[in-house]
Design a protein around this ligand. Structure first.
Ligand code: FAD
Length: 512
């Protein structure tokens, strides 16, 4: 059998966590991998920016299912725990409502049941049942479906009866509402899809599995932030003989003889490869990078009809002289606004920037004092907002600063009194930043929304429907967004890419 004389080349467009994980897995399969990214740091949404001694982790802050990372490293013959330090969080996070009531989420089952009993003793039995439901959906949805290719219709047809049985057509919120009556508990058991870009009132109830993930495997913080995970991934790729080129933008995926043949960069350079992986958003991949080829499934019209996840407004800020101040503000706090269902409707359906807001507040300096100068703190406050595709689009050039001030007011009233007097650094990301920085269609925070008819087989496939030799990794493909999700996309992709043929020289050496 003929073997090439040099290793097979693979190019990965995008050094997001999905792209880096795909590169590691391709390296383990024998490919010589080049990763390119237009940003100056690896990690994509998981990268960080340092200003005035404050390290701002731009995106993911909660690491769940750490065994997904360990499995990725093990597939490359490496030990994750030698490269990255994960710190288990206790408590996980605190939810605070406008009426002053709170719910502290922890791994300990007794502590969680005590919290439920404190808020609504009558809901305890329903809560126990909800957790059992979550575990079943974890086994089916995460361990089963989420780690397997779903690009053949037959794969989907096989799971439909189980989906029917588990009432996957119901939303996460509807499922929580069937089990508990207290409005606060309904929130606490159903808000999780917002962290992967889904509307809890429409996303399939399979996603209640997140409650099981948290309980079974904990919530963790990566020392050095998720950026440290991305850097460690780059280290593995380089040890495999691959390279990661930052400040390098792909302009087009090249095809020859009906197959992917490489990538043309924006500066005109061409990287030839037998395997091309796009970690760019599938919308950008099919609308822009593949614009010279006719597309059958992911046409511009079809992408325009897709429902996209919401946008995000993120205010990153530093404070001085605050260490020890604000004891109510732990590492992770969720400040729930006065409305839930109607607010979510404003964001996802009406596309309206509401006056009221719910915020997720990140204060990593509680766990990792090195993220801020001595005596200070590093924060971000995140508000879900409409993406840029609604008819009544938000003019962020005009609205960003007033909205930031509104966020500051809510923080001062509810969590960080006197904040204004301590502020140092300040940086704002709007959906327009997401559009321009990550080339994210409509500035969506998490790519295509994970509704049932946009999940699994319905999502852009990990093995491209449009061009042989092209594969997809990242939030917009199967299984979806979130750190474990995008690592899962690389795991699925690796099952679809053939092993690299062994170069003739290596075969000769092995025979000697
Ligand atoms: C604010 C925020 C908070 C989050 N919190 C959490 C959390 O706590 N826990 C969790 O699990 N998940 C969280 N997530 C979700 C998670 O971060 C993402 O789903 C995941 O990181 C996305 O990874 P990805 O590989 O799909 O892509 P991305 O991170 O988007 O990376 C794609 C990369 O491709 C590059 N690129 C695109 N086009 C090109 C091109 N043409 N040429 C070169 N490079 C290109 C981009 O520059 C980018 O670096 C959060 C996300 C955000 C935004």
């Amino acid at each position: 059998m003929h073997s090439p004389s040099t290793p097979s080349q693979a190019v990965v467009i995008g050094a997001g966590l999905g792209g880096l994980a795909a590169a590691m897995r391709l390296g383990a399969k024998g490919y010589r991998v080049t990763v390119i990214d237009r940003l100056d740091q690896p990690g994509g949404r998981g990268s960080s920016i340092t200003r005035g001694g404050h390290r701002f982790d731009l995106g993911p802050t909660i690491v769940t299912v750490p065994q997904t990372l360990r499995a990725l490293w093990a597939a490359c013959g490496r030990d994750f725990d030698r490269d990255v330090a994960l710190v288990p969080m206790d408590p996980f996070y605190e939810i605070r409502w406008p009426d002053g009531s709170t719910f502290t989420a922890r791994q300990d089952e007794g502590a969680m049941r005590a919290e439920v009993a404190r808020l609504a003793p009558g809901d305890l039995a329903g809560y126990d049942r909800f957790l059992r439901d979550a575990e079943v959906r974890y086994r089916v949805g995460y361990e089963g479906l989420g780690r397997r290719p779903m690009h053949r219709l037959a794969d989907l047809v096989k799971v439909l009866p189980v989906f029917g049985l588990l009432r996957a057509d119901r939303s996460v919120y509807a499922h929580a509402a069937r089990r508990v009556r207290d409005a606060r508990l309904r929130f606490a058991l159903s808000f999780h899809p917002l962290f992967i870009g889904g509307d809890p009132f429409h996303v399939t109830s399979m996603y209640i599995l997140v409650s099981h993930l948290e309980k079974a495997f904990g919530v963790h913080y990566a020392q050095g932030g998720v950026q440290a995970i991305a850097r460690a991934m780059v280290g593995v790729i380089e040890d495999q003989g691959g390279r990661v080129l930052m400040n390098s933008e792909a302009d087009a995926i090249l095809a020859e003889g009906g197959r992917a043949a490489g990538v043309r960069l924006a500066d005109g350079r061409v990287l030839r490869a037998e395997v091309v992986v796009s970690n760019a958003d599938p919308g950008w991949t099919y609308d822009h990078l593949l614009r010279d080829l006719p597309r059958r499934r992911w046409t511009p019209a079809r992408l325009a009809r897709a429902r996209w996840s919401m946008g995000l407004f993120v205010w990153y800020f530093g404070t001085r002289g605050t260490r020890g101040l604000w004891p109510d503000a732990g590492h992770h706090t969720i400040l729930v606004g006065p409305r839930y269902a109607e607010h979510v409707r404003d964001i996802f359906i009406r596309g309206r920037l509401a006056e009221d807001m719910s915020l997720y507040v990140h204060r990593p300096s509680v766990t990792d004092p090195g993220v801020a100068p001595a005596g200070g703190d590093t924060f971000y406050a995140l508000a879900p907002v409409p993406h840029l595709g609604h008819d009544n689009g938000v003019d962020w050039a005009a609205r960003a600063e007033p909205y930031r001030q509104a966020v500051q007011r809510v923080l001062e009233e509810r969590l960080l009194p006197g904040l204004g007097a301590h502020l140092t650094e300040s940086l704002v990301f709007t959906p327009e930043t997401f559009r321009d920085r990550y080339l994210s269609p409509l500035g969506a925070g998490f790519s295509i929304e994970p509704r049932i008819l946009q999940s699994a087989w319905f999502r852009p496939h990990n093995i491209s429907e449009e061009l042989p030799g092209l594969y997809l990794a990242g939030a917009g493909t199967h299984p979806g967004a979130g750190v474990p999700g995008v690592l899962g996309t690389a795991e699925v992709l690796a099952q679809l890419v053939p092993d690299a043929p062994v170069p003739a020289r290596d075969l000769r050496l092995a025979a000697e």
